[in-house]
Ligand binder design. Structure first.
Ligand SMILES: [Zn+2]
Length: 382
């Protein structure tokens, strides 16, 4: 009897056998601003080592996010904000080497997964911390950063964002194109999540390596500016890249964004009051605002299910095949999650849904991390 026939093919076993790579979580800010201990089960939020083990997560890309409104769109304070998050992620493995290991390559991820630990990787969300200086791309690469999105919701001087007025006309300027070429040279993946449509096309036309979206949805299903059109998904796949589907209801559920805007208007004064009453620093004030939002969204907005995540996966597969889709939860960066994807511990629910829809084990392996491991190996090549 071969080991093949000995394999158990229930959903939980298939899930456990896969190498699972989540391309985007904002937990690094919790490490810095709330000093959470991720080796324990954390009562709130979406990610810690205990729940990651329950969900069989093998590798987590931690987003190194510099909110420009709070820390500047460049300059010393933006760089400092990135650096403290990077140090906090690196400290995870220093404090708990039995649980975490820092990783930068696909081979690292496979080795760490084999050893039963969780690989900690990093990506820069928004290019604010490079402070308009090309040499800083290499600085962050040397610190372990392996992807960067040129802009989060605020445009940089060199790249337009999907989140502001400037982004409606701004793509990459000459410096922006140099940044992309430098990322290609170093082996840092280029992330198009949050960028403007013009920036997206400039990136795809500049990059000589596969391009990824670390946490995005399909605009054909949920029509928000930061999601990808079918044309974009086809172009991204042509580079050899991967669309990692986000779990955030606003970006996956049709109409949710409009409903959320109405709720935001209704709760604005409560949110402001929570912020004013918080005596801590700007980051703690933001946490106070987000706590009110999370509470109110849960109460007032429609519940979304994991099957909606699978709808976006299906859509990408229908357009470009199963080799160009992955997952990017945005855990700990959002104030709402699907009802059956409350934390990383619920990841098996996605595998169950994909099996129910007829995906094979090898398809599921690709979706949960295999496709991203392929892209990482490709981008690492000199
Ligand atoms: Zn984001």
């Amino acid at each position: 009897m071969t080991t093949e026939t000995n394999k158990t093919n229930d959903s939980a076993s298939i899930h456990r056998r896969a190498i699972i790579v989540d391309m985007h979580a904002d937990t690094a800010q919790r490490l810095v601003d709330e000093n959470v201990d991720l080796s324990q089960r954390v009562a709130d939020g979406h990610l810690d080592a205990v729940r990651a083990k329950d969900g069989a997560l093998d590798a987590q890309f931690f987003s190194i996010w510099v909110e420009p409104q709070l820390f500047g769109g460049g300059g010393a304070s933006a760089m400092k904000r990135a650096d403290v998050q990077i140090n906090a992620v690196r400290a995870l493995a220093e404090k708990h080497p039995e649980t975490w290991e820092n990783a930068t390559t696909a081979a690292d991820v496979r080795r760490v997964a084999e050893a039963g630990k969780i690989a900690a990787l990093m990506g820069l969300e928004g290019g604010y911390a490079i402070d308009d200086r090309l040499e800083n791309v290499e600085r962050y690469f040397k610190m372990g950063v392996r992807y960067m999105s040129p802009a989060w919701s605020v445009s940089t001087t060199w790249a337009g964002s999907s989140g502001d007025e400037l982004g409606k006309t701004r793509g990459l300027n000459d410096f922006g194109k140099q940044v992309i070429r430098e990322m290609n040279r170093l082996g840092m993946m280029v992330d198009v999540s949050h960028v403007s449509d013009k920036t997206f096309w400039d990136i795809v036309n500049t990059s000589t390596k596969p391009v990824i979206a670390t946490h995005s949805g399909c605009r054909a299903i949920a029509n928000v500016p930061r999601n990808l059109t079918d044309e974009m998904i086809r172009a991204l796949a042509k580079t050899g890249g991967v669309v990692n589907v986000i779990f955030y209801p606003e970006h996956i559920e049709p109409g949710w964004s409009e409903k959320k805007r109405r709720v935001d208007a209704e709760i604005a004064s409560r949110v402001q009051r929570a912020s004013d009453e918080e005596k801590g620093n700007v980051a703690q004030k933001k946490l106070a605002r987000d706590r009110v939002r999370a509470e109110e969204y849960l109460r007032r907005l429609p519940a979304v299910s994991v099957s909606r995540i699978a709808d976006h996966i299906d859509h990408v597969v229908k357009l470009v095949g199963v080799d160009h889709v992955g997952i990017g939860s945005d855990f700990d960066g959002v104030q709402a999650v699907p009802a059956d994807m409350k934390s990383v511990a619920d990841l098996p629910n996605l595998t169950a849904e994909l099996l129910r829809r007829g995906y094979s084990e090898s398809d599921i392996e690709k979706i949960l991390g295999g496709n991203m491991l392929r892209v990482m190996a490709e981008v690492e090549k000199k």
